[in-house]
Design a binder for this molecule. Structure first.
Ligand SMILES: Cc1cc2nc3c(=O)[nH]c(=O)nc-3n(C[C@H](O)[C@H](O)[C@H](O)COP(=O)(O)O)c2cc1C
Length: 219
């Protein structure tokens, strides 16, 4: 089995997939379970995913895709929308929402409320960090996703070239998002079409600054 460093080196941003149809349930589950193991803040998930695999499912998002992402989504085997959960969504004063987001906290309802309130208070930080917790969570989770996909032999691409606001409104209109949830980024998974020169270029180049530019070791 490949080690993590090999997988990191081999992952590249796939620009066109082979259009093989939907990914199977078992592989999708492995990839999303790995994604869900990424670090969280407070042990509270600030991110969830909505996945489309069929042509019809993916096509409906065409109006919201930019920068050539249409072709990546249409040829992919899974289109994964990473939804960030802001303060409003996570701490909606709604027992069902609280329980959904903290299923592992075995609190009775009376005990849940103070916990909810103290978390909400910790979010009311003067630096406004609550505004970007969900974006960091999404970023972590999507990174794990790309590596697990690679381990299973899939290629992937992370996409911020989207009309996030439009997609958020659209998904809300379909009752798939609650207030305070927002589309942050999307990913496409599949097998790269290696006859396409863009994939050849992407997989052959890793533009990174040298280690000593990237890392400043002080001690
Ligand atoms: C935050 C972020 C957003 C990106 N958005 C897109 C995108 O919308 N469409 C796309 O094809 N690639 C997107 N990419 C992939 C970049 O094109 C890719 O990372 C770049 O070509 C460098 O390749 P590498 O990741 O293999 O180093 C994105 C990557 C990151 C990290």
């Amino acid at each position: 089995m490949k080690n993590l460093t090999d997988l990191m080196n081999e992952r590249f941003a796939c620009k066109v997939f082979l259009d093989e149809g939907p990914i199977n349930d078992a592989d999708l589950k492995l990839i999303l379970e790995a994604s869900n193991l990424a670090p969280t803040a407070f042990g509270i998930d600030q991110c969830r995913v909505i996945v489309y695999r069929t042509k019809e499912g993916k096509d409906q998002f065409n109006p919201y895709l930019k920068m050539g992402n249409e072709i990546r989504v249409s040829t992919s085997s899974a289109f994964i929308i990473y939804v960030g959960q802001t303060k409003e969504a996570l701490f909606a004063n709604d027992e069902e929402v609280i329980k959904r987001n903290t299923p592992y906290f075995d609190f009775t309802t009376e005990k849940l409320k103070p916990f909810h309130d103290s978390l909400l208070a910790s979010y009311a930080h003067p630096e406004g960090r609550a505004e970007f917790y969900d974006i960091i969570a999404v970023s972590n989770k999507s990174s794990y996703m790309t590596l697990k996909a690679k381990e299973l032999g899939y290629d992937s691409v992370i996409m911020t070239g989207l009309d996030q606001v439009g997609m958020t409104e659209y998904l809300k209109s379909k009752n798939l998002l609650i207030n305070g949830e927002r589309v942050v980024l999307a990913c496409a998974i599949g097998h790269a079409d290696m006859k396409n020169y863009k994939n050849v270029r992407q997989s052959g180049t890793k533009n990174r600054v040298p280690y000593d530019v990237f890392a400043t070791i002080i001690d």
